[in-house]
Design a protein around this ligand. Structure first.
Ligand code: 5RP
Length: 224
């Protein structure tokens, strides 16, 4: 599995060219992309500016001496490479397994070319077997949890060290165990309209390319 993740990450790094502003994703697959960018900066003199999607990736990028800018300092990003938890055939996906979905969506939004790197196990017929992460403000989170419970979404707070996990943006994550999301666009819109929800892990139709690493090699899927 690690070899597949590395293959996807290193392949994605080939799309990065001198002078680009590059979104640096989060997670165990995006990790390999960031490592490869770090190698190219050091060994090939690649000149890019990175925009990170989590405190973890910021630390990794700083360790590799990749020049960084905050998302507030840029107007657009040439290319972002990130991981995903599930991807369907319509290029809708679930992200947020690493609790970075809010920063990831903020970086993805001004991105001209958005690429996901996944191993083949992430490609699914229907989204929802992976619990959908929903980032909620702390105030009123317990009440919102009960609303989700009543709606039958089987929510659970994301826990870390015995406490509710607090994201980089100081919010909680509620994971929804939906099993199968029949209509990701409709479900995403419903969450967008729910007060207290800051952002959700449905990234519908945002991605341009999905680099899938499998036992037979790497396939690049392109959105129409
Ligand atoms: C973090 C994410 C990750 O990109 C996603 O969870 C995939 O991670 P991995 O490559 O480790 O499976 O969305 O919030």
């Amino acid at each position: 599995m690690e070899a597949l993740k590395k293959m996807a990450g290193v392949t994605a790094a080939q799309y990065v060219k001198d002078g680009m502003t590059v979104g640096l994703g989060t997670g165990s697959t995006a990790y390999y992309f960031v490592e490869e960018i770090g190698r190219r900066v050091k060994e090939e003199g690649l000149t890019i500016v990175g925009v990170t999607t989590s405190s973890v990736t910021t630390k990794q990028a700083q360790g590799l001496e990749i020049p960084l800018k905050s998302v507030d300092e840029i107007d657009s990003i040439d290319l972002t490479v990130d991981g995903a938890d599930e991807v369907d055939k319509n290029f809708n996906g679930i992200k947020g397994g690493g609790a970075a979905l809010l920063m990831e969506k903020i970086v993805a939004t001004p991105t001209k070319e958005y690429i996901w790197v996944v191993d083949e196990s992430k490609m699914v017929e229907h989204l929802g077997a992976f619990k959908l992460p929903v980032e909620v403000v702390q105030y009123g989170a317990e009440r919102l949890f009960r609303v989700f419970e009543k709606a039958g979404y089987q929510p659970s707070f994301r826990i870390k060290n015995g406490e509710k996990l607090v994201t980089d943006m100081q919010n909680f994550i509620i994971d929804l165990d939906l099993k199968c999301i029949e209509n990701p666009l409709e479900f995403g819109r419903m969450l967008d309209e729910t007060v207290g929800v800051v952002e959700h892990g449905l990234f519908n139709g945002m991605v341009d390319k999905v680099i899938v690493a499998g036992k037979a090699g790497v396939t690049v899927l392109e959105a129409l």
